[in-house]
Design a protein around this ligand. Structure first.
Ligand code: ZN
Length: 200
């Protein structure tokens, strides 16, 4: 664990001051606290500060398998009736439908599985840069009181892009976030595997 000097005199956290607007006290909270606030969920702030992307859960995948099976079963039924009634178009069409649905389901499930695996693998890296961050509600910025791993204030979008890039969640960085530019300034920590973006 990195050494963090945020302990105050009585073991209480020392007052953290926002480097952009100078606010301290209630408006300045850790990103974790800000995300845990029900108001942040309503305003969408929790999503903008999210540590990891939303990925389909295991039960979502189970549902998708079941749906695929039911639909493929319809195709198989069609093929079966084609065989029984000697109607080759039904047999061929039903078989094709069943095969396509099975393959499609497998592709979807594989993608979901990979996405979950990628997010699970990157979460410790995301945690490392997400946990020490603070959010200032007065000027809507995110910053690190220790000035590391990022030296200056960031917008919530810049912060999320930074965290997700460090964690290797490149695939999950959506269109909107892709256009977000991080301010000039090299992070103090070792850069993650996602640092492939060219420096101007
Ligand atoms: Zn501020």
């Amino acid at each position: 664990m990195p050494t963090e000097k945020t302990e105050g005199p009585a073991g209480a956290p020392a007052a953290v001051v926002c480097p952009r607007c100078g606010a301290s006290g209630p408006p300045v909270r850790t990103v974790a606290e800000a995300c845990a606030d029900p108001g942040s969920a309503r305003s969408g702030l929790s999503d903008r500060l999210a540590k990891t992307p939303d990925v389909p859960s295991g039960s979502d995948s189970v549902m998708h398998v079941l749906e695929g099976m039911v639909l493929a079963g319809i195709g198989a039924g069609l093929a079966h009736s084609g065989v029984q009634h000697d109607k080759p178009p039904y047999t061929i069409g039903g078989t094709l439908l069943a095969v396509l649905l099975l393959v499609g389901t497998l592709v979807v499930i594989r993608g979901e599985f990979r996405e979950r695996a990628a997010v699970a693998a990157g979460e410790p890296r995301a945690e490392r840069v997400w946990r020490p961050a603070h959010h200032c509600a007065s000027c809507a910025c995110v910053f690190y009181p220790a000035g590391t791993p990022w030296p200056g204030p960031l917008t919530p979008d810049q912060f999320r892009k930074y965290v997700w890039t460090e964690a290797g969640f490149d695939q999950q960085i959506d269109e909107r976030l892709r256009d977000v530019e991080l301010p000039p300034g090299t992070p103090a920590g070792p850069s993650g595997p996602g640092g492939a973006t060219g420096h101007a």
